[in-house]
Design a protein around this ligand. Structure first.
Ligand code: DGL
Length: 262
């Protein structure tokens, strides 16, 4: 089973930030990536729809014999991971906003979380706030529209810069010195976020801990692939023309991108 692939999915290109860390940490592993672009964005969709999409994608990945699945999406993790773990027996690794590390690093004792509505309204985030928000102010900013702008791929788009000002500057005005990227799309524009946040603000991206957790779980179950392989396959359910370009840009790969109808 060790040479079976690892499945990774997100609503779109956001999970490529996690894919990159996984391929770096576990270069031997075969990876299958699914971007559910036909249903993007997840952040404003109903729980039922996201749970249904997550179930369909995981069923597809298991039909490809995946030995583990990474939900490379904060929104889908928040809404669907419990059900996925109840329904499928392979290890399923999720992602959540890095609230704990942020509370450990902040000096101003004010942190800002940038995420989708779905993530910020979910129980998981409420629990994180309760656990770590005792003596720290946790500000949260729903970033409506940002995921679509990132998928469109034009980093010079005025609207994207306007949105970033609207989302980032109020957090700084309230004293945040640490910003958490609570959506896997946001690391793809980290330099722009850092530009508006300024040099004194720390920006946390949780993709490294997710890759580490995947490695830990595979090690525990003796599922790591020892010999060199590293075959990568990409699918999208919709028709984002930028998808292939993003894979080239983010991962330095010339991918074959398949269309997936599920
Ligand atoms: N990248 C995803 C996340 O981490 C989903 C964003 C969306 O589709 O709204 O939340």
């Amino acid at each position: 089973m060790n040479n079976h692939p690892i499945g990774i999915f997100d609503s779109g290109i956001g999970g490529l930030s996690i894919f990159g860390q996984i391929s770096y940490l576990l270069p031997n592993e075969n990876l299958i990536y699914v971007g559910d672009t036909a249903f993007l964005p997840y952040g404003t969709k109903s729980r039922d729809l996201i749970q249904d999409r997550a179930h369909k994608i995981c069923s597809y990945l298991l039909s490809k014999h995946c030995k583990a699945i990474v939900v490379a999406c904060n929104t889908a993790t928040s809404v669907a991971i419990q059900k996925l773990r109840a329904n499928f027996s392979v290890p399923i690794i999720g992602i959540e906003p890095a609230v704990k590390p942020a509370t450990q690093q902040t000096r101003s004792r004010v942190i800002g979380i940038l995420a989708t509505e779905g993530t910020l309204e979910g129980e998981k985030f409420a629990t994180l706030k309760q656990r770590f928000g005792n003596d720290i102010t946790i500000l949260h900013q729903p970033c409506t529209g940002l995921v679509e702008m990132i998928e469109a791929g034009d980093l010079n788009d005025k609207k994207l810069h306007e949105l970033l000002k609207i989302f980032v500057l109020p957090l700084l005005e309230c004293g945040a010195d640490t910003l958490v990227l609570g959506c896997t799309h946001f690391p793809l524009i980290k330099p722009l976020i850092a530009y508006y946040a300024g040099p004194k603000v720390t920006i946390l991206d949780p993709s490294i801990p997710v890759a580490n957790e995947l490695k830990r779980q595979l090690e525990l179950k003796s599922l790591l692939l020892k010999e060199e392989s590293g075959m990568y396959t990409f699918f999208q359910t919709g028709t984002n023309e930028q998808f292939e370009k993003f894979i080239c840009k983010e991962l330095g790969l010339e991918p074959i991108l398949y269309s997936l109808n599920i």
